[in-house]
Design a binder for this molecule. Sequence first.
Ligand code: ADP
Length: 543
Amino acid sequence: MQGLMMSAPLLISSLITHADRHHGETEIVSRRVEGDIHRYTWHDCHRRARQLGNALLAMDIQTSERVATLAWNGYRHLETYFAVSGIGSVLHTVNPRLFPEQIAWIVNHADDQLLLFDLTFFPIIETIAPLCPNVRAWIAYCDRDRLPSGDKVANLMCYEDLLARASDALIWPEMEETAASSLCYTSGTTGNPKGVLYSHRSTVLHSFASGMPDALCLSARDSVLPVVPMFHVNAWGLPYSSAMVGAKMVMPGPGLDGKSLFELFENERVTISAGVPTVWLGLLNYVRQNGLKFSTMRRTVIGGSACPPAMLKTFQDDYGVQVLHAWGMTEMSPIGTCGVLKAKHEGLSSEERQAVQSKQGRAIYGVDIKIVDEKGDELPWDGVAFGDVLVRGPWVVSGYFRGDGGDPLRAGWFPTGDVATIDADGFLHITDRSKDVIKSGGEWIGSIDLENIAMSHPAVAMAAVIAVRHPKWDERPLLVVVKKPDVAVSREELLKHFEGRIAKWWMPDDVAFVDSIPLGATGKMLKNKLREQFKDYVLPTAA
Ligand code: ADP
């Protein structure tokens, strides 16, 4: 027997429609490429999204065709999110930090029909336009008077002109909730990037789950500033979840330095923000150097790489900002777990609570998770056994765009490529990515714990631990460190800092001081580059 409830499809257009109807006056504030601050509301956003929808239809964009963006977090990008998916085409957000050849490859692989871009990225457009013959028009997010001139880009159009000509009379079409809505490529540190194709259903369900109190805890009373870019897994879904709850949105545009961010945090009374640890390093430095305090910020979501416990402590103890440590990946829309405490943790000391929060957290409803050994057998949740993390759920990938890379699933589960323990309370603790694990004498050493310890030393600005060849043990850990400016620290002092904090055989065999550690397009340390750089390094223990 069937239930007798309506089967309304879960569509992205319902998010913006709801935000307009119930939170129409709530503001969206953007720092623009033009340099000024732009303000409007969810009502305006919806109106302009409908205009853009009509403009796209007039340009003959068909259902399921891809429309790309190369843009910062801003209101025009947000309108594009809702317009493109709303009319049934697929929004492809491209990461401008990739090399132009990679961008061209992705645009061609996705068969993008249009590409909308911020003026900052015009030089990239000039490079890739001749390489991407299928793109019918390149649309600059600007007014006519700022439209760049140049003969390298055929069919260059002005976004505001396009909108000005379009009517806002549009009723979003009904479609199947399983229809494709947006496309995001993995960063492809190994091999070609792979396309992850989200659906309306997966996006709406991910928004429901990520907004819940034990996840990001979003509400209409929040002012949300996503530092995580809208070209990196849809800014972790925040444009959608903020529309769902009717939160104010604050978009930092190209201003990702500590000063610009702090100004927006204060002026726009931001209550929650989200970004990768490397971004927060810059912000915390700025705040510390200038003796500032956050007056409205209550929570910050940190994910994308492990949040160093020292950073968690600084945010919470020095600035009263609660850290929500989250884990996920492009293939998971992206949120899988959130480090929110249970009632039983309330009586713990602040250090003990922070130790729990430093783990990547509990699976949110909708994400099923397990760890397995090399044979695929499930491992116990005892906080000790570690193995490959497998996930499944309605916002987890089932295959890549165009079937590239074959079937990614293992008996219905998606192998994440991460290695972790899970404790009896269900808290996941990532010890490494499987390709970064250090295999010493047949045993595994997790680099993340070692990096966290190094980062807790006051002289260390950034730390990476990588595997280096060893004649006896196969691989041994090398600690690569960027020192804070004007602070002296020796190799011996750093190694001493590890004593008593780890098993003896986990101790790095040496320390290498460097000026910088290479970062990838999403702000993560590129350990494969570091391994390459240190491939001939001779450890003192290897002699
Ligand atoms: P890509 O694989 O394209 O670099 P993603 O942004 O999808 O990009 O990254 C997902 C990976 O980032 C995860 O598989 C994991 O290795 C790492 N990651 C994400 N969040 C965390 C976290 N909180 N702690 C440790 N690692 C994390």
